[in-house]
Design a binder for this molecule. Structure first.
Ligand code: ATP
Ligand code: MG
Length: 355
């Protein structure tokens, strides 16, 4: 039996002709039924909702949900929240987010929904992707990374129909849906010249995000939060900053990594951090791996201190990113995105039809 308060609220919303309220209440009903394991009813409610979706799906164009997977790269989350170096507010937000989802039934029993739209911003290499993955790990959800190369088609309307299929699919599947480089969306491909088309795609995307049920957690990441307009910004219930770490944070990070080495260097982490200068966590991790490689390949001939010193010298002479700030405010270029896809796609970089 559906919850009486929700039914009453639904009737009230219908009488008042309040479309937004009807949608929210019906979604809460669906979520409530799903929590009770009444998946059939929950699916039917969802379907009924998508039939009156604000999106104008042409009649008979009901997409097969399976097709929605084409623009998704699914990964099994491995990294854990407690492995990440996070600022206090981000750590607290993560704790709340996980709790709201783990105990969603309690919230729903009081007519509330867990928050599920999260925006992460900050320079490259400081844990945005890792955070999304760790949230998925904590909630035992799959992580779906949206692939723009597949999503963005060259024909008018193609991108929207792929987006619709993608959302029809994720709507029925509890997951963490990850949009990387969110600011680049709609600008990624040169083929879409027409600004009108880009605008249509972006507003359609935002509408789809608005309509997602709360068991789908949308995490969007950007290096350039300042490029997002307010309409985008306000969609997200949680907006978390991932700033570049300072020397003290890098020293902590190095200390933790080095504690797991069979042999510890004599130099203090703080001294190493000073010599590394402004680096991201990802760069600090790469540095540590370089030192380990040197020691391992030295086959006992190269001690940890010699390896560390050699790597620090190499590091000091390294080619720096264009901006020279290490922690990076590098502008996201198509070439950089392509490189990232290669490393993050873990080899699965097969190109879709739109490419
Ligand atoms: N806060 C952090 N704590 C611990 N390790 C981190 C942190 N940030 C980054 N790393 C390390 O660096 C790697 C890359 O980080 P990640 O991909 O999460 O960065 P990002 O912020 O998503 O960068 P980009 O903007 O380039 O996508 C991680 O796999 C992890 O090993
Ligand atoms: Mg990332």
């Amino acid at each position: 039996m559906a919850r009486s308060d929700l039914l009453v609220s639904l009737v009230r919303a219908a009488v008042a002709g309040d479309q937004g309220r009807i949608r929210a209440t019906a979604e809460a009903l669906a979520a409530d039924e799903r929590a009770k394991n009444h998946h059939l009813l929950a699916d039917r409610l969802q379907q009924a909702l998508s039939a009156v979706a604000l999106s104008s799906a042409p009649a008979g164009a009901a997409a097969t949900p399976a097709h929605g997977k084409e623009a998704i790269l699914e990964s099994t989350p491995r990294i854990r929240l407690d492995e990440l170096f996070l600022t206090l507010p981000v750590r607290e937000a993560a704790r709340q987010l996980v709790e709201e989802h783990a105990r969603a039934d309690v919230l729903r029993a009081h007519g509330l929904e867990p928050r599920h739209r999260v925006l992460l911003s900050g320079p490259p290499g400081n844990g945005k992707t890792s955070f999304a993955e760790a949230v998925a790990e904590a909630l035992a959800l799959p992580m779906f990374v949206v692939r723009y190369d597949v999503l963005v088609g060259s024909y008018l309307g193609e991108t929207n129909s792929r987006l619709r299929r993608l959302f029809d699919y994720v709507r029925t599947t509890p997951c963490v849906l990850f949009f990387d480089e969110f600011d680049a969306l709609g600008k990624e491909r040169g083929d879409i010249h027409e600004t009108g088309e880009i605008k249509r795609v972006v507003s359609f995307l935002l509408m789809q995000i608005d309509q997602l049920p709360s068991w789908t957690i949308v995490v969007a990441a950007t290096n350039h939060a300042e490029l997002l307009d307010r309409a985008v910004w306000r969609r997200f219930q949680l907006r978390l900053a991932f700033p570049a770490p300072g020397p003290a944070e890098i020293a902590d990070f190095l200390g933790k990594v080095m504690a797991s080495w069979p042999e510890r260097p004599r130099a203090a982490p703080a001294a190493i951090a000073r010599r590394l200068g402004a680096v991201s966590y990802a760069e600090a991790r790469d540095f540590c791996l370089d030192v380990r490689r040197r020691v391992v390949l030295g086959l006992g001939e190269v001690g940890i201190d010699a390896a560390l010193e050699a790597e620090l010298r190499t590091w000091e002479a390294r080619v720096r990113p264009e901006s020279g700030d290490g922690g990076g405010t590098r502008v996201s270029t198509p070439a950089r995105r392509a490189r990232k896809r290669e490393t993050e796609g873990k080899g699965e970089t097969s190109r879709g039809p739109g490419t």
